[in-house]
Design a protein around this ligand. Sequence first.
Ligand SMILES: Nc1nc2c(ncn2[C@@H]2O[C@@H]3COP(=O)(O)O[C@H]4[C@@H](O)[C@H](n5cnc6c(=O)[nH]c(N)nc65)O[C@@H]4COP(=O)(O)O[C@H]3[C@H]2O)c(=O)[nH]1
Length: 965
Amino acid sequence: MECAVNGVTIGQSSGHGPPLECSATVLRPPVFSALILFLPARRACASLLLALGAVTLGLVTPFVQAEDRVVLQLKHTHQFQFAGYYAAVEKGYYRDAGLDVQIVEGSDGEAPLREVLAGRAQYGTGSSSLLLARLSGKPVVVLGVIFQHSPYALAMRQQGATPDIRRLAGKRVMLGPLSAPLNHADELSAYLKREGVLPDQLQRVEHTYDPGDLINGRVEAMSIHTTNETDYLDRAGFPYDIHNPRAAGVDFYGDNLFTSEHELNGNPERVKAFRAASLRGWQYAMSHQEEIADLILAKYSRRHDRQHLLYEARQMVPLVQPVLVEIGYMNPERWQHIADVYTDLGLLPKGVTFHGFLYNAEPGTNLAWLYRIGGAAAALLLLGAAIHFALLARERRRSADAIRAGEERFRTMFEASPMGIALIDGVSGAFSDVNPRYREIAGRSEDAFASHSWLDFVHPDDVAGWTLQMARLAAGEVPELSTTLRLVRSDGSVVWVEASVVPLQAGAHLKLCMIEDVTDKKKSEALIWQQANFDPLTQLPNRRMFLDRLRHDVVKSRRDGSRIAILFIDLDHFKEVNDTLGHDQGDVLLVEAARRIIGCVRESDTVARLGGDEFTVILTELQLTDRVDAIAQNIIDSLLAPFPLGQEQAFISASIGITLYPDDAASVEDLLKHADQAMYAAKGAGRNRFSYFTPALQVAALNRMRLTNDLRSAIKGDQLKLYFQPIVHLKTGRIVKAEALLRWQHPQRGLVSPLEFIPLAESSGLIVDIGQWVFNESIRWVQRWRRGVHPEFQVSLNQSPVEFQREGGSYDVWLRALRQLDVPGQAIVVEITEGLLLDASTMVTDKLLQLRDAGIQVALDDFGTGYSSLSYLNKFDIDYLKIDRSFVRNLAPDSSDMALSEAIIVMAHKLGLHVIAEGVETAQQRDLLAAAGCDYGQGYLFDKPLPAEEFDALLHARSAVLAVQ
Ligand SMILES: Nc1nc2c(ncn2[C@@H]2O[C@@H]3COP(=O)(O)O[C@H]4[C@@H](O)[C@H](n5cnc6c(=O)[nH]c(N)nc65)O[C@@H]4COP(=O)(O)O[C@H]3[C@H]2O)c(=O)[nH]1
């Protein structure tokens, strides 16, 4: 369609999109009209040229009334890498320019070139390989550079202290799609070539863009964007090295905005407007990173989380350099450098020129055409010269204004930047320009910056490392610096900053230093670390830290041939303290115990708390093991001293298991297992002592493990048998009760004693199923005996403390079973031990009450061997006291055991309890007990425990005798 400016036809709109509306705002200097009027000959041509020139110079600003629809094709999926374009949409920059821009995600890196050349998109983003495309005949035009430096780099699994890219030879590497090696691997190929790694030395693998492949070892290295994948590698805690092509002098541009010649020729104004709005968007995006990150999440993609988008934004700052370089700026010499690298790679012939490839954003400064027209006009008319000079003066003014405006813009950005920015002389360390945020973070006044060098503010502990890194930067070993360090403020407080330093090309020694306050982040990292590695109660290393240190000590000991001792300390009776005095007092005791243990070892040894009342000690650099005995005894003695807890005093002791490295085991896991076994041995031997690990302990532990495994199948395999031992009424000699005693008929070992397997059943939890089985069998038999022998016959059965104290367990199942068989609770007596009542929690009391409510009676077993506290008998509902057989064994007239037994019987009767004497083996014992008033007797004198069927026969035989009598 033809358009007219002041009635003059000036051009044709492109075939794409709605036609350009050219009746736009027209600046109409009088001289311009005069010139047009003055040209009678070749008027149409001259006026066309002049009008075009006027438009290009900006004298005429055609605007688009209806929005012009264009498509911007991105290289990749939505992310911060394209932030400027989202900002231009959101802030209305495109709309103001009369454009309706549709931003399309890229499926592969080729999409922009493909779509723009096909005319489906008018604009695209592309890497430096656009130059290759242009020189291979594809009519692309770069409109501006967004990334002054490419983010493209190689991430490689970390291999020791000195990263060396040459180690990649022969390794599996993902460099880019195998189908388009040129466009994706060009910089890296050039880099590798310069480092002496040739393409055929690598095993190229199709790129998956999945950092997981590097982490899982599928490849040894992969090409990445330092703005992107590094975040995911960091998050996974994967150790890697970054190899940046800039290290070998390959310094490509990163993302560029481009269009086609077709678009440029057809819609020069649209190109200009699109470019200007896009760059404006970029300026906005780089100084409003958080806002744009939120915008991406809200309107474009949630593929990456906010943290990642901000990471990307931060990483982009030194690559885009929004403060130093005007976004969009491109330097033909840099493009020449890129062309040279391609030539070096054999991708371009020598001496190529790329005329037309770079868009001239300010064609007004290229005045050749104007000179030509001016010259022609001057020859014809002096007036033309006057106009020419007037226009030139105007242009100069506009340029100066533009520069001033640009400077102002950068100054404002510098001053208002949320990042601390300073220009620093790399040699003297003097500050030459510091923005307010930098002053605020460093906590120094403006004067302080004038009179100090930057090292003066660095924390003394960080000075050496920082100086070293700066020297590397100065020597060109690294292109830029990025590190975390501490600054000391004028008030003495310390602030953690993330600092990046980039050398400025403009000044020889001048460096741009940007800092960000990361103190809060550091503090929370330190807190997380503390919580992950230390016990919050005692502040001792926890299990994780303990294992770390032990592993470290084992390696060291292996190196220097010294020994290590590991002590497992378990506090005896801690549970009682906790239950009786409460958890708060229990905590106080643990803290004090930790303090006492620390007091017994050297500072270089480790004391850790593994949890509960378990502590460990690592004693290192032992030459003689004598010291171990002394330290272990010391710990035991120190813990024996009373613990003052509020108004009370608590007494505990400690059982310690000791194992030695390398004597007892080679691995950390085995050492821990052995120390644990030794600790149990110390407990088994009576607590309050230490035991060394011995191979016999290991054999015993192995046996226990095998036996426990066998026990699992014992219940189902019908290997458990219930025996019954008669309990005789001493006055009448009648069997009125029986104790159910469990036996295990092991297929290989024969009969295994309950003393051997009950503890295993307890520690493995099998005791619950076993206890249920015993109960079911017992009530089955007692039902028979109550019906056939005596209506009040009772069976007593043992309940282990573990079974009794089981959380959540109740007697409901028992009661249901009793109801089903129509057996009353009175048919059962439960035997418990005194220990249960000692640390009786409400749960124990509740269970005793449940038993009483069901009519089940309770017998206190082994009375006399433990605390023998009378107060328990009164406090709880106990029906029977069983005098332990150790008393019965030594019964003789006038013996102390006799006196004790008598006292127990009298006291029990006074409290309304009946007494059963255990282990009655002789007639004299029976008679003495009967004379002392003991109610019942149990022991070999009457009968050994008998298999249920035999006991059944015995009972029936006896009742038959009684019936006959
Ligand atoms: N020297 C001697 N010993 C006598 C005499 N009369 C009885 N005994 C033994 O003394 C033990 C009495 O059982 P306990 O003290 O409850 O001690 C029991 C009990 O604590 C536990 N136990 C047995 N069956 C079970 C069970 O079903 N569940 C639980 N939790 N523990 C059980 O195993 C322990 C040992 O049981 P057993 O080996 O059957 O040993 C039985 C019994 O055989 C005697 O005149 N002289």
